[in-house]
Write a protein that binds this ligand. Structure first.
Ligand SMILES: C[S@@+](CC[C@H](N)C(=O)[O-])C[C@H]1O[C@@H](n2cnc3c(N)ncnc32)[C@H](O)[C@@H]1O
Length: 820
């Protein structure tokens, strides 16, 4: 009371009244000026926007959605949508994110099926809960809707939204789009379409329309649910009903909000990746409660049931960024689960993974499936096969790898710590072993069955160019295999110009679109998800500035700038003669890159060696060991000379660097013929100097219909695990790079791996390996386990430069001469 009296007294004062009147006057004048200088259209726009969002806020947050009291879903929907049907599209563009991406992904899948003849007719699309038809109009960005589709059915229970949709398609003049105002559970395609034989199916209440036994031939080639699943109360029956709508080779796309805890999905092997799937508890509680106000249900069972009823082709978890909030949503692209998959089919698929007697079965799948098998005791199965069998027995969908358009990438369990340790990052953005030397040493022919470490995949692609019978690329780090998969997908879907931008220049301004529209049908779910999360930033700053190896490239560039030799580095990359190159190196660049301080305190540190150069402590120990021996017998380097006092790690690494880099500069012209160092200096390749796989003729060969890449299988596991599951005597070449250096001397693991290699190799089969050591300790292990070992290159005074990389002290070929 006292407060009110005080307020009244204050207002009664003339000074207060004059002040208030002045403020009001200023406000009126300001509004007058602003309005007179503002265009009428802008005023109208602002008014409309305020009106739209006002209506939206009222309908979503204030208006009760009780319907007409009948308890029916249609009445409740109408009470929600009637007041906002006309402003629905304008108010949902920022909230319902991911719709364009989902449409691009399913369109790419359907297009791929049409192009490869899997879908032989004009496709039929059913959009469940299609609302105002915005998605269907938006699909025009991907395909020409009126001509591409035989028919499009928009099924929605809200009469007011259906009216908006009808008006839209009338305006657009799209006669093949039909708006059906009906509950999704009651929609039957057969009510509108005739079967392949031209007749309409007869249905009776209580009988499943798409009874598998009845040989029903009508099915949608594309089924989409965009933010509608979370609005359907009886979601089990809705999903069951929708499942029956899908044709045998059809594609289903779902985009919707969700919340989920990792405990709910952690043991599943068929989800196709789980980057960002887990939502924090606060996000789970908040968004569920928030959306319940509008009868939108985010419980995880909806998404789970979709994944249970369909096979997963692609799956990803995203966040909708809205006024500082992050609302979780997912995109799912799937296909029929195909409950008829038999063990026989799985075994045939598995054959090319293990080089079993079914070897040629994958590509000639149906033909081979009828042939009698050889001695079944000889058969080996991959872990992928074993997981699939477990899923089949439990009526679960198969792991997503089985639903891909091509079976290049083999299923692996991404939840294992041995894969997760890499934190979704590759170490090598480019391969650091000279493919030309490999080619000279191996002389690959069409009978060769090769197993090689993936790394960045560059050398795998070089081997493929030589047309071997089969290549198995193996890497424990899933992201290295994602990188190879991206290159393979790019051959399969992109023109040379885009291919070069991606991997030659390492930059592409439109990566997101390429991924969605072109690359996605050729990628596994895990690789797609990885590139969706990491691709756009990687290809905007430059591919070769990503991954662990970026630390080395960044260090070189940073030092160049800081110490004023950046221009010299660029001159080094464009030197026309070896003499010019040597001059720039020895006078300018070397003193920085081969500075002892740098070697002792940065490059020589265990962390840098491992994270940037992929050099583990065991390999570093070999370098130190050789240095110790050399120091006792000869000067440290030919050029520097001098005595070595004490064997410090930094000195050993520095010396190793000198022995690597000086001969490279002396003997190879970087700008013309040494892309390995060129990419380190520039961060990209040039049309004159690049890996073989980037040449236009390589692109032509590897993207052709007879591409040797059909014979590529990508394994994500330890080498020893893959060797152990290979059929005996099936491989002719194993390229182990420097991986043997990673074993601890004297450990059991090395002989075990060598035994497994021996068992998998044919007699006369060869192992190519490189080592940081001049005479690595494990050569004796090879000799003890049935191999004859030959050092085919060694760094020394006689041959200071073994190849264009010259990173390894020795190169070996071990030939199998006996069983172990
Ligand atoms: C959030 S809106 C999404 C609309 C549209 N798909 C989009 O992405 O803009 C959800 C739609 O689901 C529809 N819906 C909800 N329950 C349904 C049911 N049982 N049968 C058919 N449609 C339903 C609603 O009428 C509404 O149009």
């Amino acid at each position: 009371m006292a407060d009110l009296t005080l307020l009244y007294q204050t207002l009664a004062k003339p000074l207060t009244q004059v002040s208030l009147a002045s403020v009001l006057l200023v406000l009126i004048l300001a509004s007058y000026f602003i309005l007179s200088f503002t265009e009428l259209s802008l005023l109208r726009k602002t008014y409309n926007a305020c009106n739209e969002y006002g209506k939206f806020a009222y309908s979503c947050f204030l208006k009760p959605h009780t319907g007409d009291g009948s308890g029916g879903q249609q009445a409740a929907l109408e009470s929600f949508y009637k007041t906002q049907a006309s402003i629905y599209d304008a108010t949902r563009s920022r909230l319902l994110q991911g719709r364009e991406d989902m449409l691009a992904l399913v369109a790419a899948q359907v297009r791929h099926r049409v192009e490869t003849g899997k879908i032989e007719h004009k496709p039929i699309w059913v959009d469940i809960g299609g609302g105002t038809g915005w998605n269907i109009e938006q699909m025009q960005e991907q395909v020409d809707v009126p001509n591409f589709f035989h028919a499009v059915y928009l099924v929605d229970l809200s009469t007011s939204l259906c009216d908006v949709a009808r008006e839209r398609f009338r305006r657009l003049g799209w006669h093949n789009v039909h708006v059906v105002c009906q509950d999704a559970r009651a929609f039957r395609l057969s009510d509108y379409e005739t079967g392949a034989d031209g007749s309409k199916a007869q249905f009776s209440i209580g009988k499943s329309v798409y009874d598998e036994q009845s040989g029903e031939t009508i099915g949608a080639d594309l089924l989409t649910m965009s933010y509608s699943l979370s609005m359907i109360p009886e979601f089990h029956s809705a999903i069951d009903s929708v499942t029956h709508l899908l044709g045998a080779d059809g594609v289903v796309g779902v985009v919707d909000f969700y919340v989920q805890n990792q405990v709910e999905f952690q043991s599943r092997n068929y989800m196709g990746g789980a980057i960002d799937r887990h939502c924090m508890w606060i996000s789970r509680v908040f968004w569920r409660t928030w959306f319940e106000l509008d009868r939108v249900n985010l419980e995880s069972a909806r998404r789970d049931y979709i994944e249970y009823k369909f096979g997963t082709i692609l799956s990803t978890n995203r966040r909708c960024h809205l006024v500082g909030f992050r609302i979780p949503y997912y995109i799912f692209v799937g296909c029929a689960k195909d409950s008829s998959t038999s063990l026989q089919q799985l075994a045939a698929l598995d054959a090319s993974v293990t080089e079993s007697p079914f070897i040629s079965a994958l590509d000639l799948h149906s033909e081979s499936a009828n042939k009698p098998r050889r001695d079944s005791t000889q058969e080996r199965h991959s872990k992928a096969f074993e997981s699939a069998v477990v899923n089949l027995a439990a009526s679960l969908p198969l792991p997503s790898a089985y639903y891909q358009n091509n079976k290049t990438r083999i299923y692996y369990d991404e939840t294992l710590q041995k894969h997760r340790q890499f934190n979704d990052e590759y170490i090598y953005a480019f391969t650091w072993e000279d493919s030309r030397t490999d080619s000279r040493l191996l002389k690959i022919n069409s009978d060769d069955v090769i197993l090689a470490i993936t790394s960045a995949g560059d050398n795998i692609l070089s081997y493929a160019l030589e047309g071997p019978k089969r290549i198995h690329a193996v890497d424990l780090n899933p992201s290295q295999n994602h990188l190879l998969e991206l290159k393979v997908a790019a051959y399969r879907s992109l023109e040379y110009q885009d291919f070069w931008k991606l991997f030659g220049e390492g930059k592409h301004p439109d990566f997101h679109n390429l991924l969605m529209k072109r690359l996605s049908p050729h990628l596994s779910s895990q690789a797609f998800d990885f590139w969706l999360h990491n691709g756009a930033p990687a290809f905007s700053k430059g591919l070769y500035f990503t991954g662990g190896s970026r630390h080395a490239i960044q260090l070189v560039q940073w030092l160049g700038k800081l110490l004023g030799i950046r221009q010299d580095m660029l001159r080094l990359a464009s030197a026309q003669t070896l003499a010019e190159q040597r001059d720039i190196w020895f006078k300018r660049v070397r003193r920085v890159l081969l500075s002892r301080l740098l070697a002792y305190f940065v490059i020589g540190s265990e962390r840098f060696l491992w994270k940037a150069l992929g050099v583990p402590s065991e390999q570093r120990a070999m370098i130190e060991e050789d240095f110790k021996k050399q120091a006792g017998q000869e000067p440290i380097t030919a050029r520097e000379g001098g005595e070595v006092s004490g064997v410090k790690s930094g000195q050993a690494i520095w010396n190793y660097g000198v022995q690597t880099l000086d001969p490279v500069i002396e003997q190879t012209l970087i700008g013309e013929d040494n892309h390995y160092y060129l990419v380190c200096l520039l961060g990209h390749y040039t049309p004159r100097s690049h890996p073989t796989y980037l040449a236009p003729r390589s692109h032509a060969r590897l993207s052709s219909s007879t591409s040797p890449l059909t014979n590529l299988r990508i394994h994500t596991d330890e080498l020893s695990e893959v060797f152990a599951r290979m059929q005996r005597a099936s491989l002719t070449i194993a390229v182990l790079m420097d991986s043997m250096d990673w074993f601890t001397p004297g450990s059991e693991a090395a002989p075990q791996q060598v035994k497994a290699v021996n068992a998998a190799l044919k007699m006369g089969g060869r192992v190519l390996l490189r080592s940081a050591g001049v005479s690595p300790w494990y050569v004796k292990v090879f000799e003890a386990e049935g191999f004859s070992a030959k050092r085919v290159a060694v760094r020394g005074l006689a041959t200071p430069c073994t190849d264009r990389v010259n990173m390894y002290a020795s190169t070996w070929i071990c030939t199998k001469v006996g069983e172990c």
